[in-house]
Design a protein around this ligand. Structure first.
Ligand code: IVH
Length: 668
């Protein structure tokens, strides 16, 4: 295969696997195998930059900050929906339609969830993603192409199909959202690092998509679903439902939850079903949309003001309610963070009884001036634990009591500390049962060591019984110890032991994440494991070493180096190693090359390649590039008129390479 054929082939494979993973949620290959393909393409594109195409999966990483967004005009306006507040208004809508169409026959409708996110338009030219924009005022939005390209569920290239003829320019419209679960995790991470939490998933999605630095967008857990079409983009089809099916065949993610209804009564029933089931959906919805299915009827009905006559949004009951705060208690998390929780007079909010609401931290309590006994507005915001929106001060009687987070931990009675730069108060006792339980739950969680069957209740039992104090203890429990626990039969004990055995192979990135190092989320753990391929290397790592990794900031660097120089942490790691847990990253990268783990420094004027390209070559082969020369540097690559780094490398007796030698070493 020629390089050009090879890169086309790799792109095709990557598009296919990306779609299986992010759109269909049904991957065929492992993450490591996907990464290996991506790296192969990166290397090839570094060698032959002409082969980079706008739809290349390597272009999803995000680009340097823009100063502002350019305007983007919509070929046809992005409309809004008129609302129906109750059943009668839906019946009126149906009547208006029948009047206009001069028919008494039932109209076929499609009912879909009304997603609560940010509306976007994507333009595909010749099937390739070219422009992505926000809705803006409907006529003109903002060009956020770079940001939208970082969202994996948006195809960079549509799949060709025999049955579907794509127009030259194809415009699709949909919604960028964040699932409840991802929202929760994002907010927890923000609270952990002292940042203000987002009020709801909609704000989080909108805020993420409108970042000037698309590298920030790339790190947010965004998803996109498509439900509408722009100018000349109906693909010659006759119904809304048929278009959505075609979208799906082209690789676009659509909402599986839609229903085709033969009558308006069926449509109303479907709306109500969405309303009762809304909290079981993985993302937030604020209503249901009823659309006339036939496109010829849609055309005939047309638009009025800026809404189509053929569609209406059925709004759900508000998710806010009024109640009172009976008391405030405190929960202790994995990092010892104390979270105040309001104990509420039970209240029904959109079909669910609320008994408690998070108050986040002392600053939030002070800012909202929340007191025990207050009458408050509560809401469910994509959150299992709801929030207090505000206090109704006019209801105060003078009997209310203000609240301060305690100075001693309510679980273990150790002192609580709050550092100056953080909003969070923390329990200072690392052996605190609450902290231990939460860290073990985190260690076992799906994105960490993925120990199937080790649920919260089980973790609580083993900690309460004194069987487990560190994650390493899990691996030492015997079959009879597992079996002795509540609701555990021999079979479940077998399963847990199998799952523990399997988790030993999870690899360094998951282990690092599972250890729960402050500020080291999943991505950071992966990044570190790429630069330090075994845990021993991390024992001696300094803050400055870590700071040299591109994308590692001071908080992460401080926290990681402190974690590994801590005696107790080292002991736990030692015990994990003794239990047979894989402590290298080879298990995850699936590829080990001569350059794996090697550190490079480039100095002088490079004439044969650009520094960025060289860095990509090194990284694609498992090595890393740092900026200063130290004892730990493996290779110093020297271009024209090198300066002090070259001198230092010579003094330290490091391997010094010319540009040619570098190309040879990396097989470039
Ligand atoms: S259709 C021609 N379908 O609601 C109608 N909109 O008020 C165009 N939305 O800006 C929209 N879910 O952000 C449609 N399934 C859905 C939707 C949906 C959410 C939002 C969208 C739009 C707003 C209209």
């Amino acid at each position: 295969m020629t390089p050009s054929e090879k890169s086309a082939d790799l792109r095709k494979q990557l598009h296919y696997h990306n779609h299986r993973y992010y759109v269909l949620d049904d991957p065929e290959i492992s993450d490591a195998a996907y990464d290996a393909l991506l790296r192969e393409l990166e290397t090839l594109e570094t060698q032959y930059p002409d082969l980079i195409t706008p739809d290349s999966p390597t272009q999803r990483v995000g680009a340097a900050p823009a100063r502002e967004f350019a305007p983007a005009l919509h070929e046809s306006p992005m409309l809004s929906l008129s609302n129906a507040m109750d059943e009668q208004e839906v019946l009126d809508f149906d009547k208006r339609i029948k009047n206009m169409l001069e028919t008494e026959e039932d109209i076929e409708y499609v009912v879909e969830p009304k997603l609560d996110g940010l509306a976007i338009e994507i333009v595909y030219e010749q099937g390739v993603f070219t422009i992505g924009s926000t809705r803006g005022d409907g006529f003109q939005g903002e060009n956020i192409t770079q940001n939208l390209k970082t969202i994996h569920s948006i195809p960079l290239k549509l799949f060709p199909s025999e049955e579907i003829t794509l127009p030259e320019r194809f415009e699709v419209r949909g919604e960028v959202i964040i699932s409840r679960k991802d929202f929760q995790e994002l907010n927890n991470a923000r609270l952990d690092s002292g940042e203000a939490p987002f009020a709801n998933p909609r704000n989080a999605a909108a805020g993420s998509v409108r970042q000037l630095d698309s590298r920030i967008t790339a790190r947010r857990p965004l998803d996109a679903l498509f439900y509408a079409y722009g100018t000349d983009s109906t693909l010659g089809l006759y119904s809304h439902d048929a278009i959505l099916k075609a979208f799906s065949a082209l690789g676009l993610k659509i909402n599986k939850e839609r229903t085709v209804c033969k009558t308006i009564q069926d449509a109303i029933a479907a709306c109500k079903q969405f309303e009762t089931g809304r909290h079981d959906l993985p993302y937030e919805i604020d209503g249901a949309v009823i659309k006339v299915n036939r496109l010829d009827l849609q055309d005939e009905l047309g638009t009025v003001a800026r809404s189509p006559r053929w569609a209406i949004a059925y709004k759900f009951e508000p998710v806010q309610e009024t109640t009172t705060i009976k008391g405030i208690s405190v929960q202790v998390g994995r990092t010892g963070a104390l979270t105040p929780v309001a104990d509420l007079e039970p209240v029904q909010v959109a079909g669910v009884v609320l008994k408690s609401a998070t108050l986040h931290n002392q600053d939030e309590i002070d800012r909202k001036d929340i007191r025990i006994g207050d009458t408050v507005i509560v809401q469910r915001a994509g959150d299992v634990i709801p929030e207090v929106v505000k206090v109704i001060t006019s209801k105060r009687t003078g009997q209310e009591r203000s609240y301060r987070i305690p100075d001693i931990c309510p679980v273990c009675s150790a002192p609580v500390a709050r550092s100056e730069d953080e909003a969070v108060s923390r329990c200072t006792n690392r052996q605190c049962a609450a902290q231990v339980k939460e860290s073990i739950k985190h260690f076992a969680s799906r994105r960490a060591m993925d120990i199937e069957g080790l649920g919260d209740k089980l973790v609580e039992q083993v900690v309460d019984k004194g069987l487990v104090r560190t994650p390493a203890d899990l691996y030492g429990l015997t079959h009879s110890q597992w079996k002795s626990l509540d609701r555990m039969a021999a079979k479940s004990a077998d399963n847990i032991m199998d799952a523990l055995e399997k988790s030993k192979q999870a690899g360094l990135p998951r282990l690092l994440f599972g250890l729960g190092i402050r500020y080291a989320g999943e991505q950071t753990a992966k990044l570190i494991a790429r630069n330090y391929t075994s845990i021993e290397q991390l024992y001696t790592v300094t803050r400055d070493d870590l700071l040299e990794i591109h994308d590692v900031g001071p908080e992460v660097a401080d926290s990681v180096s402190a974690f590994f120089s801590d005696e107790i942490n080292r002991e736990v790691i030692q015990m994990l190693a003794e239990a047979g847990i894989v402590m290298t990253s080879e298990a995850d990268t699936g590829q080990s090359t001569e350059l794996a783990g090697k550190k490079f420094v480039f100095t002088g004027t490079l004439t044969k390649f650009k520094r960025d390209d060289a860095a990509r070559i090194v990284e694609s082969q498992g090595g890393s590039v740092t900026s200063s020369v130290t004892k730990k540097t493996d290779y110093v690559v020297v271009g024209d008129s090198p300066g002090s780094k070259y001198e230092k490398a010579r003094k330290l007796g490091l391997a010094i390479l010319s540009e040619e030698e570098f190309l040879e070493l990396t097989d470039t």
